[in-house]
Design a protein around this ligand. Sequence first.
Ligand SMILES: Nc1ncnc2c1ncn2[C@@H]1O[C@H](COP(=O)(O)OP(=O)(O)OP(=O)(O)O)[C@@H](O)[C@H]1O
Ligand SMILES: [Mg+2]
Length: 458
Amino acid sequence: MSDLLTLMEVGAPVAALGGGGAYLRAKHPAAFWCTAGLPISTARMLGTYGSTMEACGLTVQPSRLRALFVQATTRREVRPVPPRRGLIRPTSTGMRVRLRLAPGQEPADVAASAERLRHAWGVHAVYVSEVKPGVVELRLVGFDVLRKVRMPRKTEGGFLKVSVALREDATAYVRDYRTTPHQLTLGATLSGKSMFQRHLVAGLAPQPVALVGIDCKRGVELAPFAPRLSALATEPGQAADLLPVLVQLMEDRYDLIKARQGIAPGTPDEEITSDIWGLPESERPVPVVVFVDEVAELFMVATRKDEERRDEMVTQLIRLAQLGRAAGIYLEVCGQRFGAELGKGATMLRAQLTGRVCHRVNDEASAKMALGDIAPEAVGAACAIAPERPGLAVAGDTSGGWSRIRTPYLSLADAAAVCAASAHLVPDVPALDRFRPVVPVGPANPPVSLVKPLPVTG
Ligand SMILES: Nc1ncnc2c1ncn2[C@@H]1O[C@H](COP(=O)(O)OP(=O)(O)OP(=O)(O)O)[C@@H](O)[C@H]1O
Ligand SMILES: [Mg+2]
């Protein structure tokens, strides 16, 4: 009897602790990591570092001097040496540690063992990046950070930069218009493309930038941001009017830059510029970001007459993508598919859009349209995105790198509220004035129903 009581006294708290831990891990992985995961993984790493590195083939033979020294001082067997490890730096989502590579090793050797290291140390994932020649950083992520996205507190912000999503290695994915002027976001319906754009609009709204929307779904996605938009086109006819104005704006800006270059033969070198950023601040025109939601709508034609209009629009979009950067005009294009089947000009326009984000797609061909020409191995990752995780996407860049990202949830109402609050920041771009959306003034009081409600009987 007393044995049973002792067992219950010891077993009950252990079971409660185990159950509590499992619950925490499943429901609040971040809290679990901070309380239990981090100490356990740190202990595992410290305790097994040498043997894990040896098992992964990441050790090298010690130098002769070292071997002699070890033999002379400890008389123990001389073991291969692992890369020298720096301090372990814990974070709220994982930990970081730097390794100094031994002669003859390269970062790819460590990266090839990332999967083995993650199992050895019981973490969700291990990422390897080169810090400087000979030094790599291991970023250990304790749990699946893309399940419930929480952006890092400190993110790289700044003019024309928006932290729009979280990468799987728990760093922020920043959309930087100065380095990647134009971007294409593809994905099946309900995959999270508009959420991605919503974040961009909300992130750019407080900045001195003109925002232009072309949303051929009658404006359902972009019209709520009307207070902050400098121009909005909600059907192809309006887009056909707006695009030439944007091209003209771009040409005027080129004239401005050219005029500056030819100011006087003795203009100092630093004042000669080939884009708007070299112009003095007082003369510099405001950057324009053009959002195009559902780009395929601009390519569709019903009649022969429309065909001419379509070709013109496509040419104008290509010109904006080709020359817009120097004039501070950036394209943010969204669509479900964007391939040669859309007709003349589609692949040419796609080739101009440097940044690529691919949400969930219905077939491999769609993923190839987004990523095939820049990071072919990312196509498989994009095809594997599950429908129950909207917002999850694969972001590639033209350097061949890619990563999984996911946007945090942002309701349309919240994004619209940000736009309404920054309505006074709409810059003065006279060319776009006639396209400025009319912002409906909401009723001060909810409308009063004149119909007397009747009780439901039945
Ligand atoms: N990161 C996210 N986290 C949670 N829910 C999301 C996320 N991104 C999108 N969603 C949800 O998924 C649904 C579809 O998102 P969204 O409207 O952005 O898709 P879409 O790709 O633009 O679809 P469509 O092509 O039909 O316009 C919305 O209900 C949205 O709330
Ligand atoms: Mg959408």
